[in-house]
Design a protein around this ligand. Structure first.
Ligand code: ADP
Length: 450
């Protein structure tokens, strides 16, 4: 087993990983920037190393500093969390070159899924269903437009290197195409330094359903069911749940099989998420594969009774998967709400300030809070302004939803503007209760929510 684990991350995910490592008897090393000197993740770890100024490109994203910290402390493994270096093949390679276990998939798998276009080519070969579209190398604007014209509008332009909803543009008619392509390319270039584009049929009422997969080094693979992440704002997830609603066992099995086929196509090892769009008629299409632990993994843990970080660490240490598919069962229903320091009344602008008051609902088998901040902490401009992930569980969706509603009502935060009132209104809509949800939910119910 791993003896000493360095977590190349901060905030809630670093704390969450430390908790599991501690339970497994693994020593932990945290990193911190200037802004994080007194952060919870630093206090929780056995050791902590300062790695530079507050901006992440001078600290948490500096490969050489992270590796130096691992060497200084004698860490034999690095968990990258999500974001930061988690899907950086160069970082995974640097770990291997230094004989440090990278708690993540093989370098080749990260590379293969790093480009949405390349990923779609691979999935096409593996017979995983794709959204109709063009993802070729020839990037002539006229050619991309011809594909869009042939498919018919609306279409969605996406940056091959994209992530976080950046470099995406909906195009509703042919005459908007050229301007949209230019704008998407500009955004992709400034965000990813790469403006290769692909175009897909824009599905107007799909759900975002993703499958949690897990593979070990010994040829075993399972899926830990699915999550519905359809409630989104600007293509970013807001509330997630597991299992997905309105899923019959046949569809669940078909999506699970497709996800495992996708993982096997790239010889995947570790935790991965295969994202699909699920259309009204029950057809589903591969969108992309995320080669890391997802923000929303706790809902899968709540319904499966498994600790996915423990699974990651065991797989990284070359053990076989803790469970077979037949040993995994869905128990109840879970929701996750992302509590953010942001202002819903002002374009969701990130908010900063001191958390003068932070009172949370009591934790229990029904309520789990993953957070990296405590009362008195500062929410700074430097990082993602997430305050906590509120995760609730109960025996069915209706009861779990009542727990979510109650827990959100119990939160007391002062000093920083949050999205809690927005979340409460969102989950209180009749449509949310009725499972009448697709990816444009927030747009459709704007007047009820705002
Ligand atoms: P990113 O990597 O930037 O998050 P994704 O490809 O994962 O981008 O897509 C993000 C979201 O955009 C999806 O969850 C879905 O809501 C929406 N989306 C993506 N592709 C399509 C499509 N072809 N039709 C409709 N919505 C889409």
């Amino acid at each position: 087993m791993i003896k000493k684990l360095l977590i190349a991350n901060r905030g809630e995910i670093c704390c969450r990983i430390i908790n599991t490592a501690k339970r497994m008897g693994i020593q932990t090393v945290a990193l911190y920037s200037d802004a994080d000197k007194n952060a919870l993740h630093v206090k929780m770890a056995d050791e902590a190393i300062h790695i530079g100024p507050s901006p992440s490109n001078q600290s948490y994203l500096k490969i050489e500093k992270v590796l130096a910290a691992a060497k200084t402390t004698g860490a034999d493994a690095i968990h990258p969390g999500y974001g930061f270096l988690s899907e950086n093949a160069e970082f995974a390679k640097a770990c291997a070159d230094n004989n440090i276990i990278f708690v993540g998939p093989p370098i080749e798998a990260i590379e293969a899924m790093g480009s949405k276009s390349a990923a779609k080519h691979i999935m096409e070969q593996a017979n995983v269903p794709l959204v109709p579209g063009y993802h070729g190398e020839d990037q002539s604007g006229a050619l991309i437009k011809r594909h869009a014209d042939e498919m018919g509008y609306p279409v969605l332009l996406k940056a091959a290197a994209g992530g976080g909803g950046k470099g995406m543009r909906q195009v509703w008619s042919a005459d908007e195409f050229d301007a949209a392509l230019a704008a998407a390319k500009r955004e992709a270039m400034s965000s990813f330094n790469d403006d290769i584009m692909l175009v897909e049929k824009y599905l107007t009422q799909p759900r975002h359903v993703e499958v949690q997969v897990f593979c070990d080094h010994h040829g075993n693979g399972v899926h830990v069911f699915e999550r519905d992440c359809s409630v989104q704002r600007r293509h970013q997830k807001v509330v997630e749940e597991a299992p997905a609603f309105k899923m019959d066992p046949a569809l669940r099995a078909a999506m699970g099989d497709a996800a495992l086929k996708a993982a096997q196509a790239i010889n995947y090892v570790g935790a991965g998420t295969v994202e699909f769009l699920l259309d009204k008629d029950g057809s589903f299409y591969f969108m992309e594969m995320n080669t890391r632990l997802q923000v929303e993994h706790p809902v899968s843990e709540m319904i499966s009774g498994q600790d996915l970080v423990e699974w990651q660490l065991r797989v990284a240490a070359n053990e076989v998967l803790p469970k077979t598919q037949n040993e995994l069962h869905i128990n109840g229903h879970a929701f996750e709400a992302r509590i953010y320091a942001e202002d819903p009344d002002n374009e969701f602008l990130p908010a900063t300030g001191t958390l003068h008051l932070l009172e949370t609902p009591p934790e229990s088998k029904h309520v789990r809070i993953d957070s990296g901040v405590v009362q008195g902490d500062e929410v700074s401009v430097y990082y993602d302004p997430m305050i906590a992930k509120l995760v609730v569980w109960d025996t069915d969706r209706e009861r779990a939803l009542a727990r979510l509603s109650q827990s959100l009502a119990e939160y007391r935060i002062d000093g920083v503007t949050t999205n809690i009132a927005f979340l409460r209104k969102l989950i209180d809509t009749q449509a949310f209760k009725d499972e009448d949800i697709d990816t444009r939910f927030i747009e459709k119910h704007h007047d009820e929510i705002f």
